[in-house]
Design a protein around this ligand. Structure first.
Ligand code: AMP
Length: 279
């Protein structure tokens, strides 16, 4: 069956009425890459119907210039969804998601405050709001999210639990380029020199992991190991380098349980994030 693209909530509902369950949802902002492909393929394997949403959500961008330059190519995205066996693409307009008069914000608590939440005020309000809407309009049995955006995953789990949304939130491993760089729609903005520099992010995280594996339990020492690798790359400017509790994302002094090593690093005007859980 050819893939079906729908643009309105009504079309989506009509298409899903007849669709076999369980329904799996993969929310995306488009400009699909191998990371998205892997999420879609997993959803296809685990569900009878797979829906991919493509929506560049203005509410999760603080900076209008960042929203403006976010890459888009719907025809190519739809072809990728088709190749990976999705059944339905939901590609709504901004007005369809936020109709005139829309005036609600879903604001998750403590887990939204550090890291990306501190660096990008309002970002997670935008994420939680749009994902709540998508969960409601799709009524999916499962929704798939990448571990690359580890804090986003925690925020969505908290939101779904607190709002009694029955969609199961499924985490999927980070897909990487051969040199270790996490796939991201934003990688397209890297200059050739920045692209060569960008895998330093992964090397820094692995240095943190290596320190932890060799028995280091001082979070500051692990942060220092990561920062030392970043410092070796002149094009890399760290926004934050974090060693935090895996479930609360509070910064640690001593690593005495599961921890998330994470960082946001700028290469020119492009800001990339990545993370590594330990153990
Ligand atoms: P985005 O289109 O960037 O909003 O991402 C849509 C979904 O794909 C999110 O759940 C991301 O966490 C996930 N994702 C993005 N990049 C990757 C990657 N390299 N590996 C796995 N999942 C990813």
């Amino acid at each position: 069956m050819a893939i079906h693209v729908v643009r309105t909530r009504a079309e989506l509902r009509a298409a899903l009425d007849a669709a076999p369950r369980p329904v799996g949802l993969v929310p995306t902002m488009g400009w699909l890459h191998a990371g998205h492909r892997s999420l879609i393929a997993r959803a296809r394997d685990e569900n009878a119907t797979t829906v991919v949403s493509i929506f560049v959500n203005p509410r999760q961008f603080g900076d209008p210039a960042d929203l403006e330059r976010y890459p888009r190519n719907e025809a190519r995205d739809v072809a990728i969804c088709d190749e990976e066996g999705a059944d339905l693409v939901f590609a709504p307009t901004v007005d369809e998601v936020y109709p005139p008069g829309f005036d609600t914000t879903v604001s998750v608590g403590a887990v939204t405050r550090p890291l990306e939440g501190a660096a990008r005020p309002g970002h997670f309000d935008g994420v939680a709001t749009v994902v709540s809407i998508l969960f409601n309009v799709v009524g999916a049995d499962r929704a798939y999210f990448g571990q690359k955006d580890a804090q986003q995953l925690l925020v969505i789990r908290q939101m779904a639990r607190d709002l009694a949304i029955s969609t199961e939130v499924v985490a999927h491993p980070t897909v990487r380029e051969p040199d270790g760089l996490a796939m991201s729609s934003r990688n397209v903005h890297l200059s050739p020199e920045e692209r060569v520099a960008a895998p330093v992010l992964r090397r820094a995280l692995l240095a943190g992991r290596a320190a932890w594996e060799s028995g280091e339990r001082s979070a500051d020492a692990v942060r220092a190991a990561m920062k030392a690798v970043l410092a070796s790359e002149p094009l890399a400017w760290a926004d934050y380098v974090s060693v935090a509790d895996t479930s609360t994302l509070a910064e640690l002094e001593t690593i005495d349980g599961p921890a998330l090593l994470s960082m946001a690093v700028r290469f020119g005007s492009t800001r990339l994030i990545d993370n590594e859980p330990v153990p």
